[in-house]
Design a protein around this ligand. Structure first.
Ligand code: CDP
Length: 226
């Protein structure tokens, strides 16, 4: 894939926010956009999944807010990047593929609804801009993490298409249940952020989705040279 040159008005680091429901295709889109634009792709969902992984590993009830908060105090969360993609390790261990396990899918919404968990991770998410410009994907990137960025896309797709995509990936994931929990929680619910453009990914191929996103970013003022 060819990389394009990108220019910002003031030369400082910036964020492209990609939000949307489960299995809408935002990870793939964010990864390819980052690759095209030469930016770091940050998967904020992996951070919530990693905390959930540790919670379950320690046999903590994900709904026991006090116990999850106590765990947060004693673990070391290392967020970094391999130059292309974000990385995460908890107490020195990268959970890798375990982050996509069924039990993580089933419990991550409970853990991510805890305000203290969000506060801690948002701080780490914002920290990425100290090092590079990013394409960050998640649920609240345009609404809470980087509300002032002009570059915001909300990726959606019809529910049956999203469910089929997840099944094709071989994952057991009750996406409707997770979407309901993520959209109805009190803190940072999944919404179309102010200023975001909705990209309906239902009928796009991967490539045409990337092209549509680049067009949206141009309209939002990002100067992209082919
Ligand atoms: O890949 P998929 O879109 O299914 O999920 P993900 O992006 O890995 O996110 C997993 C879960 O983390 C979501 O269902 C949310 O509960 C939570 N999350 C969040 O609350 N805020 C974010 N910025 C990203 C993820």
């Amino acid at each position: 894939m060819t990389q394009v040159n990108i220019h910002t008005t003031n030369g400082s680091n910036f964020a492209i926010a990609i939000d949307g429901p489960a299995a809408s295709g935002k990870s793939t889109l964010a990864r390819l956009l980052a690759q095209r634009l030469g930016l770091t792709m940050v998967n904020s969902g992996a951070m919530y999944r990693a905390i959930t992984w540790k919670v379950l590993k320690e046999d903590i009830d994900p709904h026991d807010t006090a116990a999850v908060m106590a765990l947060l105090e004693r673990i070391e969360i290392a967020c970094g990047s391999d130059g292309i993609m974000s990385t995460i390790a908890i107490d020195g261990v990268d959970p890798g593929e375990e982050l996509r396990a069924e039990k993580i899918n089933a419990n991550v919404s409970a853990v991510s609804a805890i305000p203290e968990v969000r506060r801690k991770l948002i701080c780490l998410q914002r920290g990425y801009l100290d090092h590079s410009s990013v394409v960050m994907e998640g649920r609240d990137i345009g609404s809470v993490v980087f509300p002032d960025t002009p570059y915001k896309i909300y990726v959606d797709a019809a529910e049956h298409i999203r469910a089929a995509r997840r099944g094709d990936d071989g994952e057991v994931d009750s996406i409707a249940k997770r979407d309901a929990a993520d959209s109805n929680r009190k803190t940072a619910p999944l919404i179309v952020a102010e200023g975001a453009t909705v990209l309906d990914n239902s009928d796009h191929t991967i490539e045409s989705g990337v092209d549509a996103a680049l067009e949206i970013l141009r309209e939002q003022g990002l100067v992209i040279e082919d």
